[in-house]
Design a protein around this ligand. Sequence first.
Ligand SMILES: C[S@@+](CC[C@H](N)C(=O)[O-])C[C@H]1O[C@@H](n2cnc3c(N)ncnc32)[C@H](O)[C@@H]1O
Length: 254
Amino acid sequence: MAHMSPTRNDRSRIPAGSLQRPIVGDNGTGGLELRWDGDRPGSGVRLDPGWLARQFRGGRLPRRQPLAKAIGTGVASIVDATGGLGEDSLLLACLGWSVTVFERSAALAALLDDGVNRLRQGGDAIAAAAARISVIEGDARLLLPSMERRPDVVYLDPMFPPKRRSSALPPKAMQLLRALVGDDPDAAEMLALARTVATRRVVVKRPDHAAPLAEGAIAEHGGKLVRYDVYAPVPPPGGQVDARPTLRERGRET
Ligand SMILES: C[S@@+](CC[C@H](N)C(=O)[O-])C[C@H]1O[C@@H](n2cnc3c(N)ncnc32)[C@H](O)[C@@H]1O
Protein backbone atom coordinates (compact mmCIF):
# COMPACT_ATOMS: atom_id res chain seq x y z
CA MET A 1 0.00 0.00 0.00
CA ALA A 2 1.26 3.46 -0.82
CA HIS A 3 1.93 5.96 1.91
CA MET A 4 -1.16 7.63 3.26
CA SER A 5 -0.52 11.23 4.04
CA PRO A 6 -2.84 13.12 6.35
CA THR A 7 -6.27 13.44 4.79
CA ARG A 8 -9.01 16.00 5.21
CA ASN A 9 -10.06 14.24 8.40
CA ASP A 10 -6.51 14.16 9.70
CA ARG A 11 -6.48 17.66 11.08
CA SER A 12 -2.74 17.55 11.06
CA ARG A 13 -0.88 19.97 13.33
CA ILE A 14 2.56 19.84 11.84
CA PRO A 15 4.66 22.73 13.12
CA ALA A 16 5.49 25.26 10.40
CA GLY A 17 8.93 24.55 9.02
CA SER A 18 8.98 21.05 10.50
CA LEU A 19 10.67 18.50 8.28
CA GLN A 20 8.80 15.70 9.95
CA ARG A 21 5.30 14.73 9.05
CA PRO A 22 3.46 11.58 10.01
CA ILE A 23 2.56 8.99 7.41
CA VAL A 24 0.81 5.63 7.44
CA GLY A 25 2.84 3.38 5.18
CA ASP A 26 4.06 -0.13 4.54
CA ASN A 27 6.19 -1.45 7.38
CA GLY A 28 8.29 -3.60 5.06
CA THR A 29 6.58 -6.89 5.93
CA GLY A 30 3.26 -6.28 4.23
CA GLY A 31 1.55 -4.48 7.10
CA LEU A 32 0.90 -0.83 7.89
CA GLU A 33 2.53 1.40 10.47
CA LEU A 34 2.47 5.05 11.54
CA ARG A 35 5.89 6.70 11.34
CA TRP A 36 7.64 9.94 10.53
CA ASP A 37 8.07 10.51 6.81
CA GLY A 38 11.67 9.70 5.97
CA ASP A 39 12.10 7.14 8.76
CA ARG A 40 12.86 3.62 7.63
CA PRO A 41 9.99 1.16 7.18
CA GLY A 42 9.66 -1.00 10.28
CA SER A 43 10.49 1.84 12.68
CA GLY A 44 6.91 3.02 13.18
CA VAL A 45 4.08 2.15 15.54
CA ARG A 46 1.04 -0.05 15.06
CA LEU A 47 -1.44 -2.01 17.15
CA ASP A 48 0.80 -3.97 19.45
CA PRO A 49 -0.53 -6.48 21.98
CA GLY A 50 2.60 -5.78 24.09
CA TRP A 51 1.97 -6.19 27.79
CA LEU A 52 -1.49 -7.55 27.10
CA ALA A 53 -0.07 -10.58 25.35
CA ARG A 54 2.21 -11.28 28.30
CA GLN A 55 -0.58 -11.02 30.87
CA PHE A 56 -3.29 -12.61 28.82
CA ARG A 57 -3.64 -16.11 30.15
CA GLY A 58 -6.69 -18.30 29.87
CA GLY A 59 -8.23 -16.18 27.12
CA ARG A 60 -9.61 -13.40 29.31
CA LEU A 61 -8.10 -10.75 31.54
CA PRO A 62 -9.50 -10.44 35.05
CA ARG A 63 -11.91 -7.54 35.33
CA ARG A 64 -10.34 -6.01 38.42
CA GLN A 65 -8.74 -3.04 36.72
CA PRO A 66 -10.24 0.47 36.69
CA LEU A 67 -11.32 0.36 33.05
CA ALA A 68 -13.30 -2.84 33.60
CA LYS A 69 -14.92 -1.40 36.72
CA ALA A 70 -15.86 1.72 34.81
CA ILE A 71 -17.51 -0.31 32.04
CA GLY A 72 -19.51 -2.17 34.68
CA THR A 73 -21.37 -5.45 34.76
CA GLY A 74 -24.04 -6.85 32.46
CA VAL A 75 -22.59 -5.09 29.43
CA ALA A 76 -22.73 -6.83 26.06
CA SER A 77 -21.83 -4.19 23.48
CA ILE A 78 -19.30 -1.37 23.57
CA VAL A 79 -18.57 1.33 21.03
CA ASP A 80 -15.07 2.79 21.27
CA ALA A 81 -15.83 6.06 19.53
CA THR A 82 -12.21 7.28 19.52
CA GLY A 83 -10.25 4.41 18.03
CA GLY A 84 -6.76 5.92 17.66
CA LEU A 85 -4.16 3.16 17.58
CA GLY A 86 -6.63 0.69 19.07
CA GLU A 87 -4.85 -0.07 22.35
CA ASP A 88 -7.95 0.54 24.44
CA SER A 89 -10.20 -1.37 22.04
CA LEU A 90 -7.87 -4.33 22.27
CA LEU A 91 -7.83 -4.12 26.05
CA LEU A 92 -11.64 -4.06 26.12
CA ALA A 93 -11.76 -7.05 23.77
CA CYS A 94 -9.24 -8.91 25.92
CA LEU A 95 -11.49 -8.23 28.87
CA GLY A 96 -14.11 -10.22 26.99
CA TRP A 97 -16.29 -7.58 25.36
CA SER A 98 -17.25 -7.13 21.72
CA VAL A 99 -16.10 -3.72 20.55
CA THR A 100 -17.15 -1.63 17.57
CA VAL A 101 -14.49 1.00 16.93
CA PHE A 102 -15.03 4.31 15.18
CA GLU A 103 -12.08 6.34 13.90
CA ARG A 104 -12.50 9.45 11.79
CA SER A 105 -8.96 9.66 10.47
CA ALA A 106 -8.96 7.60 7.28
CA ALA A 107 -5.25 6.82 7.64
CA LEU A 108 -5.64 5.69 11.26
CA ALA A 109 -8.75 3.63 10.48
CA ALA A 110 -6.76 1.79 7.79
CA LEU A 111 -3.90 1.24 10.23
CA LEU A 112 -6.27 -0.01 12.89
CA ASP A 113 -8.07 -2.36 10.52
CA ASP A 114 -4.73 -3.73 9.33
CA GLY A 115 -3.59 -4.26 12.93
CA VAL A 116 -6.77 -6.03 13.99
CA ASN A 117 -6.63 -8.32 10.94
CA ARG A 118 -2.97 -9.13 11.66
CA LEU A 119 -3.73 -10.06 15.27
CA ARG A 120 -6.63 -12.25 14.14
CA GLN A 121 -4.17 -14.48 12.29
CA GLY A 122 -2.31 -15.35 15.50
CA GLY A 123 -4.37 -18.39 16.53
CA ASP A 124 -3.98 -17.43 20.21
CA ALA A 125 -6.12 -15.71 22.86
CA ILE A 126 -5.21 -12.31 21.41
CA ALA A 127 -6.52 -13.52 18.04
CA ALA A 128 -9.82 -14.46 19.66
CA ALA A 129 -10.01 -11.02 21.26
CA ALA A 130 -9.18 -9.29 17.95
CA ALA A 131 -12.02 -11.23 16.34
CA ARG A 132 -14.37 -9.38 18.69
CA ILE A 133 -13.29 -5.99 17.27
CA SER A 134 -14.96 -4.34 14.26
CA VAL A 135 -13.38 -1.21 12.82
CA ILE A 136 -15.49 1.43 11.09
CA GLU A 137 -14.04 4.56 9.52
CA GLY A 138 -16.07 7.66 10.17
CA ASP A 139 -17.01 10.40 12.57
CA ALA A 140 -18.68 9.06 15.69
CA ARG A 141 -20.95 12.11 15.79
CA LEU A 142 -22.55 10.82 12.58
CA LEU A 143 -22.17 7.09 13.19
CA LEU A 144 -23.50 6.87 16.75
CA PRO A 145 -27.02 8.19 16.02
CA SER A 146 -27.31 5.95 12.97
CA MET A 147 -26.62 2.65 14.77
CA GLU A 148 -29.33 0.03 14.33
CA ARG A 149 -28.90 -1.21 17.89
CA ARG A 150 -27.85 1.20 20.57
CA PRO A 151 -24.69 0.06 22.38
CA ASP A 152 -24.71 -0.55 26.12
CA VAL A 153 -21.59 1.55 26.63
CA VAL A 154 -19.84 4.25 24.63
CA TYR A 155 -16.17 4.66 25.49
CA LEU A 156 -14.37 7.94 24.75
CA ASP A 157 -10.67 8.71 24.88
CA PRO A 158 -10.33 12.10 23.18
CA MET A 159 -6.89 13.63 22.79
CA PHE A 160 -5.79 14.96 26.15
CA PRO A 161 -4.56 18.50 26.70
CA PRO A 162 -1.04 18.79 25.16
CA LYS A 163 0.99 18.85 28.41
CA ARG A 164 0.01 15.41 29.49
CA ARG A 165 2.43 12.53 29.78
CA SER A 166 -0.13 10.14 31.14
CA SER A 167 -1.24 8.15 28.12
CA ALA A 168 -0.94 4.40 28.08
CA LEU A 169 0.54 4.95 24.65
CA PRO A 170 4.33 5.42 24.61
CA PRO A 171 5.54 8.98 23.91
CA LYS A 172 6.57 8.28 20.31
CA ALA A 173 3.13 6.89 19.51
CA MET A 174 1.48 9.86 21.19
CA GLN A 175 3.62 12.35 19.25
CA LEU A 176 2.82 10.67 15.96
CA LEU A 177 -0.87 10.46 16.78
CA ARG A 178 -1.05 14.09 17.81
CA ALA A 179 0.83 15.21 14.69
CA LEU A 180 -1.59 13.22 12.54
CA VAL A 181 -4.96 14.12 14.06
CA GLY A 182 -4.36 17.18 16.25
CA ASP A 183 -6.60 17.84 19.24
CA ASP A 184 -10.25 16.89 19.68
CA PRO A 185 -11.94 20.21 20.45
CA ASP A 186 -15.36 18.64 19.85
CA ALA A 187 -14.93 16.04 22.63
CA ALA A 188 -17.54 17.57 24.94
CA GLU A 189 -20.03 17.64 22.08
CA MET A 190 -19.35 13.95 21.44
CA LEU A 191 -19.88 13.13 25.12
CA ALA A 192 -23.26 14.87 25.08
CA LEU A 193 -24.26 12.93 21.99
CA ALA A 194 -22.92 9.61 23.32
CA ARG A 195 -25.12 10.00 26.41
CA THR A 196 -28.20 10.02 24.19
CA VAL A 197 -27.10 6.82 22.45
CA ALA A 198 -25.59 4.54 25.13
CA THR A 199 -28.21 2.53 27.01
CA ARG A 200 -26.17 2.04 30.19
CA ARG A 201 -23.27 4.47 30.48
CA VAL A 202 -20.58 6.53 28.81
CA VAL A 203 -17.01 6.14 30.03
CA VAL A 204 -14.48 8.93 29.42
CA LYS A 205 -10.74 8.47 29.90
CA ARG A 206 -8.95 11.53 31.29
CA PRO A 207 -5.48 12.26 32.64
CA ASP A 208 -5.59 12.12 36.44
CA HIS A 209 -4.74 15.85 36.61
CA ALA A 210 -7.36 17.01 34.09
CA ALA A 211 -10.81 18.35 34.83
CA PRO A 212 -13.74 16.17 33.77
CA LEU A 213 -14.92 16.67 30.21
CA ALA A 214 -18.31 17.62 31.65
CA GLU A 215 -19.97 17.99 35.00
CA GLY A 216 -22.24 15.26 36.32
CA ALA A 217 -20.14 12.09 36.33
CA ILE A 218 -21.88 9.43 38.45
CA ALA A 219 -18.62 7.63 39.27
CA GLU A 220 -14.90 7.73 38.66
CA HIS A 221 -12.35 4.96 38.65
CA GLY A 222 -8.74 5.97 39.02
CA GLY A 223 -5.69 4.24 37.64
CA LYS A 224 -2.04 5.18 38.04
CA LEU A 225 -2.01 7.94 35.45
CA VAL A 226 -5.52 8.12 34.07
CA ARG A 227 -9.04 8.28 35.39
CA TYR A 228 -12.25 6.88 33.93
CA ASP A 229 -15.26 9.14 34.44
CA VAL A 230 -18.66 7.45 34.17
CA TYR A 231 -21.73 9.31 32.87
CA ALA A 232 -25.32 8.17 32.89
CA PRO A 233 -27.23 8.06 29.64
CA VAL A 234 -29.74 10.74 28.94
CA PRO A 235 -32.98 8.73 28.73
CA PRO A 236 -34.86 8.85 25.45
CA PRO A 237 -38.38 10.27 25.80
CA GLY A 238 -40.47 7.69 27.65
CA GLY A 239 -37.54 5.28 27.76
CA GLN A 240 -35.69 3.74 30.66
CA VAL A 241 -32.00 3.37 31.31
CA ASP A 242 -30.12 1.28 33.83
CA ALA A 243 -27.35 3.61 34.90
CA ARG A 244 -27.30 2.89 38.61
CA PRO A 245 -23.82 3.14 40.06
CA THR A 246 -22.59 -0.15 41.44
CA LEU A 247 -22.23 -0.52 45.19
CA ARG A 248 -18.53 0.26 44.93
CA GLU A 249 -19.18 3.28 42.77
CA ARG A 250 -21.56 4.67 45.34
CA GLY A 251 -18.50 4.86 47.56
CA ARG A 252 -16.63 6.71 44.78
CA GLU A 253 -13.91 4.11 44.70
CA THR A 254 -10.72 5.45 43.13
C1 LIG B 1 -6.30 9.86 22.08
S1 LIG B 1 -6.72 9.08 20.60
C2 LIG B 1 -7.40 7.56 21.15
C3 LIG B 1 -6.38 6.55 21.55
C4 LIG B 1 -6.97 5.19 21.73
N1 LIG B 1 -7.82 5.14 22.89
C5 LIG B 1 -5.90 4.14 21.80
O1 LIG B 1 -5.90 3.33 22.76
O2 LIG B 1 -5.06 4.07 20.90
C6 LIG B 1 -8.16 9.90 20.02
C7 LIG B 1 -8.63 9.39 18.68
O3 LIG B 1 -10.01 9.64 18.55
C8 LIG B 1 -10.27 10.03 17.24
N2 LIG B 1 -11.53 10.80 17.27
C9 LIG B 1 -11.75 11.95 17.94
N3 LIG B 1 -13.01 12.37 17.76
C10 LIG B 1 -13.59 11.45 16.95
C11 LIG B 1 -14.90 11.34 16.40
N4 LIG B 1 -15.86 12.26 16.60
N5 LIG B 1 -15.18 10.27 15.61
C12 LIG B 1 -14.23 9.32 15.38
N6 LIG B 1 -12.96 9.40 15.86
C13 LIG B 1 -12.66 10.45 16.64
C14 LIG B 1 -9.07 10.84 16.83
O4 LIG B 1 -8.94 10.88 15.41
C15 LIG B 1 -7.93 10.07 17.50
O5 LIG B 1 -7.41 9.08 16.65
